[in-house]
Every structure is written in structure tokens, then in C-alpha cells.
Design a protein. Structure first.
Length: 576
């Protein structure tokens, strides 16, 4: 039976325990429940009382397509609320091969304690000094991991931003090629890991085994159908593999919901120059790779290997949100500069959404010129120096930078910066931004499906009708998807395929030897949201915190000239 691994970062001790009351949980359902149970809601996020929980999903470690996503949970130092941040990479599947359901980092050493690497193998846990990796970027650290622990080893690690406890810090994960290009980016969880003086958690799964199945024949039949569903849908089978997530650049820009120049307008003139189509053209011409999976078993393949004109690798996992944050919101028109900014964020260990938006705040304040990619690169490089005050401001995110620079145009909810869809022109995702426990987060309930892409329904993005109901249903379903360890992008195919949810239920049933039904699918997500909402309420959040910035209520967004027009009372209907 999969176990929970508890690691005391102060004592440098560890122990395994049976799942106990957490049996039957996985992914986000496990991280949020454990955080709710064990982390005082009023504690400081960088205190010894906070936990980091890394949990695999209920389908992770199996042959189910796209089931290799890892959930990371903690109290967020950025939002002050509960957080689940989700990532691809090799970590989830390798954790499963060691028969580990979740690992929990507890307590914290003294601030000047040496950095350590925590190494997991089939024989147990050891702690290696990592002082020579201190202050280094994640790419150099992954080179060191490969040299010390073997090329098959993978890692969950932080960069200089996490070591400096900056609230924009991410936790990076190595992909199947050993690149630290996958991120649990949102919420500043890299700072929590840094507070525990852990540089990397390394997995060597040599000798590990894949989980068994209660009914292997039934699982194989269901997983075969599952793969067919994903390959048959035009988004998961064609659009995302062909152009990556940046296929959305032209779509959202044309819809007038592409936030530009710190959310001043919904269209960007140079959007066609930074689109997924252009990226694919460059990669094909230069010898890059247009599609690859972020983890073993991914058949959607929306990641890529982006290279410079000389064919040298720059970055992978070069996603729509990053292209927008630097390219649209910060007005940078050079796609190669944006790629280098993406690479730098991964190397520093910072969230591209939070820091891309922070660059726009710096431009708004006149710190660097609008659209200057080279100046943005120099600005981000300052994050690596813990003594650089400006670097620390930028690495601490939008809310902190706006206060430091005297900017009153602050596109955040619960202090987390908004993603790449202006909620005035995409009101379903605006409801999600406002009401999710996570702070502004499109992945918590991706109503762009119905608002823009007409997947799973058709809800007018500019009107109010149907938005609350759509967001609420998606938030419940997403919490379940996160609990199963599935990639969020499977939702496109699930929403349009009548037997998809039943297929997922059949895989869970066959894997675990239970009768898992569509009602159970809904119940998992509902329970997750209730747990998270209770934590945030205990942390002091009120319904007034479930609202968008005031400037969006007053400033019409071109080209549709729409405003945000939901009341606090209306938005509460999106809560479970």
C-alpha cells in the first residue's frame, strides 16, 4: 500500500506511515486536507508550523494517459490562504514507483542552517549537504543532480528566489530530459521550501515498481478508451500538439480579452508576432521540437523545445501565459526575448505569470521602458542577488512591487496576479478569479472553454448570464481532476465526450478495487472546495475578498468597452 513519507527538516529525520484517515485521497484532495488538518490557518506561511505536501493522484503511477501531474500544497506566503500548485515533470511518476503516496516537509531549521538535498531511493531517505549549490540557478543545479545522482534521477528544486524567501518563488521540476522547466509556479511555494533550507528533493527510483491493479483487464480496456478520447478531440489531439498552449494568443486577442499594457485594453497589435503559429514556424525552421510531453505518458504533447536562430536550446514549457505576461501585458514584441525571459524565470525559480505581471508594473512605474525585452532581462537578473533591493521587489510579485512603486492599478485577487484573460471580457473566468480559494487562477475553473472556445457549452463571455453556474461546476470538476493526477487539459475532451467521466471512473475503480461512480467524481471536488474554503475562512478571508479590483468596475475595456459588474453577493453563489 502506498505510504506517506514525513521528513522533519530541522531534525533531518524521516519516517513512513500508513495513509490512515487519508486513504482514498490523492493529489489536491490529499494536499488540501492535510494542510487543513495540520497547518494553523493563522500561522505565518514561512513558520515552522507550515507544511509542504507533495502528493500523487489516484491514477498516478498507472498506464493512464496524462496522469503524471504532482500536487504541491501549503499555506501560501503570497495569498495568505491555502494553496495547491500543480506541475508536470518526472517527479510524480517516480514518487509512485517508490510506493509513496505523499511526502510532507515539516518543521524548519535555523535560518542560517546549511542547505540540503533530500535523496529518496527504494532503500529510504538521506540528507546530503548542498552548500555548493547555494545561490545557483536551477539549470546548473540539475547539471549537478545528474552528475551526482545519475542521469535518470529527477528533482523538485528551488532557485535563488526560493532561497531568498521571495513570494514570487516557484518550485521547479525536472522534465523527462532533465531540464528544470516545469513549475509549481503559483502562490510562492518556493519560499516555503526555502524556509525549510531544502534546495532539492532528488528521486532515484532504480529498483522501484509500478503500482498493481485490482482489475488489470478492466483497467487496460478503460485506459485504451481514455487515450482514444484524448486523441480524437480537436484541441487535445490537434491544436495543442500542433502549436502548444500559445495557440490561444490569436484566439484570445481576437476575442478582445488579451490583457495588454497592464490590463488597459483587450487587444495587442503585435500579438500575431508572438503567437503559437509563429513559435511553431520558428521551431520547425531552426531545428527545435514543436511537441513533446512534460511527463512520461503524456499524449497531448503541448510542450516543446524552443531554440534560438543558431539552433541552441533556450527553453521548454514555453506556454501561453508566459508569452502573454511578457509579450502582451509588458508589450515585448520579440519572441526570442520572451523565450529568454521564460528560461530566466525557470532558472531563478519564479512564477512567469506573477513576475511577468510585475515587469508590467515596473514599466508602468517608469523603472524600465514599455516593451523593452533586454531591459526586462536585466531587471529579472537582479533577483539572483539577495542583497539587491530592486531584485527583491521584483521577485516578491505584483502587489508588493505596486506598493513599492506607488502604482494603484493592481490586477490581483487575494494578492495573486491575474492570468492571461481579462475578466471584463471573459466573465466566466472572472468569476473563477474572484471566488477560487487560490487567488486569481484560471486553472481553478477554466471557463474560457465555454466563453471563448465553445467547448462543453456556449456562454456569452461579455454577459453575466450563466457565468456563475459555469465557473462553479468547473471549479468542482477541476478539483477532482487535480486529485486524480490528471493534466487539466484533458478537460477539453472530457467536456465534449459523453462517456469520458465514466471512463475515468472505470480506471479509478479498476486501479483501486472500488466502485467509483460519476457521483463520487463530483463528491471529491465538492469536498476539496469545502476544505479549502474553511481554511481560508479560518485565515480571515471574508466574502469581500472574493471580488476583482475596483478599477475593473469603473474602466471599460476596449474594444468591447465592458466593465466588471458582479456584486459580492452574486459571486457567493459560486461557492459550494
Amino acid at each position: 500500500m502506498p505510504r506517506i513519507l514525513r521528513i522533519n527538516t530541522r531534525e533531518r529525520s524521516w519516517r513512513f506511515e500508513e495513509p490512515g484517515k487519508y486513504a482514498g485521497l490523492g493529489g489536491r484532495s490529499l494536499t488540501s486536507r492535510l494542510v487543513q488538518d495540520e497547518v494553523p490557518a493563522d500561522t505565518h506561511a514561512l513558520s515552522a508550523e507550515n507544511r509542504i505536501v507533495a502528493a500523487i493522484g489516484l491514477l498516478s503511477g498507472t498506464g493512464a494517459a496524462n496522469s503524471g501531474r504532482i500536487s504541491i500544497g501549503a499555506k501560501s506566503p503570497l495569498t495568505g490562504g491555502i494553496k495547491e500548485s500543480n506541475s508536470g515533470g518526472s517527479f510524480c511518476q517516480k514518487l509512485a514507483r517508490l510506493d509513496i503516496l505523499a511526502l510532507v516537509l515539516e518543521d524548519k531549521p535555523e535560518p542560517n542552517a546549511p542547505l540540503v538535498n533530500i535523496v529518496l531511493t527504494k532503500d529510504g531517505v538521506r540528507f546530503d549537504e548542498a552548500g555548493d549549490m547555494a545561490g545557483k540557478g536551477t539549470y546548473a543545479c540539475m547539471d549537478a543532480v545528474s552528475e551526482r545522482y545519475g542521469k535518470k534521477a529527477c528533482a523538485m528544486l528551488i532557485g535563488p528566489a526560493g532561497e531568498s524567501l521571495l513570494t514570487g518563488a516557484s518550485i521547479q521540476f525536472s522534465d523527462p530530459w532533465g531540464r528544470p522547466a516545469r513549475a509549481a509556479g503559483r502562490g510562492g511555494l518556493g519560499a516555503v521550501m526555502g524556509s525549510k533550507r531544502v534546495k532539492a528533493i532528488v528521486i532515484d527510483d532504480e529498483g522501484g515498481t509500478r503500482f498493481g491493479y485490482a482489475d488489470e483487464a478492466r483497467f487496460k480496456a478503460a485506459s485504451k478508451r481514455w487515450a482514444e478520447i484524448l486523441r480524437a478531440h480537436p484541441v487535445t489531439g490537434q491544436g495543442l500538439p500542433g502549436f502548444g498552449t500559445a495557440i490561444l494568443v490569436n484566439i484570445i486577442n481576437e476575442a478582445g480579452a488579451f490583457p495588454t499594457q497592464n490590463f488597459r485594453t483587450g487587444r495587442c497589435e503585435h500579438a500575431p508576432k508572438i503567437s503559437g503559429e509563429v513559435m511553431a514556424e520558428y521551431m520547425e525552421k531552426r531545428g527545435g521540437k514543436v511537441k513533446e510531453g512534460c511527463h512520461a505518458g503524456c499524449i497531448i504533447q503541448c510542450s516543446q523545445n524552443y531554440v534560438d536562430p543558431a539552433g541552441e536550446y533556450i527553453t521548454s514549457g514555453f506556454e501561453y501565459e508566459t508569452v502573454w505576461a511578457f509579450g502582451g501585458n509588458s508589450l515585448i514584441a520579440d519572441i526570442d526575448d520572451i523565450a529568454r525571459l521564460d528560461r530566466m524565470c525557470d532558472d531563478l525559480g519564479v512564477d512567469t505569470i506573477e513576475i511577468g505581471n510585475t515587469v508590467a508594473i515596473a514599466m508602468d512605474a517608469g523603472i524600465i521602458p514599455w516593451g523593452d525585452g533586454k531591459a526586462a532581462l536585466k531587471l529579472l537578473a537582479r533577483i539572483a542577488d539577495p542583497s539587491d533591493a530592486l531584485g527583491r521587489i521584483i521577485g516578491s510579485g505584483v502587489g508588493f512591487a505596486a506598493q513599492a512603486f506607488g502604482i494603484d492599478r493592481v490586477p490581483t485577487v487575494k494578492n495573486q496576479s491575474m492570468p492571461a484573460y481579462d475578466p471584463r471580457a471573459a466573465k466566466g473566468v472572472g468569476v473563477t478569479y474572484a471566488t477560487t480559494t487560490m487567488g486569481a487562477d484560471h486553472t481553478a475553473g477554466y471557463a474560457i472553454c465555454q466563453n471563448m472556445l465553445k467547448v462543453g457549452g456556449d456562454v456569452n463571455p461579455l454577459g453575466k448570464e450563466g457565468q456563475v453556474e459555469t465557473s462553479k461546476a468547473l471549479q468542482v470538476a477541476t478539483a477532482t481532476v487535480d486529485s486524480l493526477g490528471l493534466c487539466l487539459f484533458v478537460a477539453f475532451a472530457v467536456l465534449d465526450t459523453p462517456d469520458a467521466v465514466q471512463c475515468i471512473c472505470d480506471m479509478v475503480s479498476a486501479r483501486h478495487g472500488i466502485d467509483f461512480t460519476p457521483n463520487d467524481f463530483i463528491a471529491i471536488g465538492t469536498d476539496v472546495l469545502k476544505v479549502e474554503q474553511k481554511f481560508n475562512a479560518d485565515a480571515g478571508f471574508t466574502p469581500e475578498d472574493d471580488q476583482l479590483p475596483a478599477f475593473m468596475k469603473r474602466e471599460p475595456l476596449p474594444p468591447h468597452n465592458v466593465v466588471w459588474d458582479f456584486s459580492v453577493e452574486e459571486l457567493q453563489q459560486a461557492k459550494v
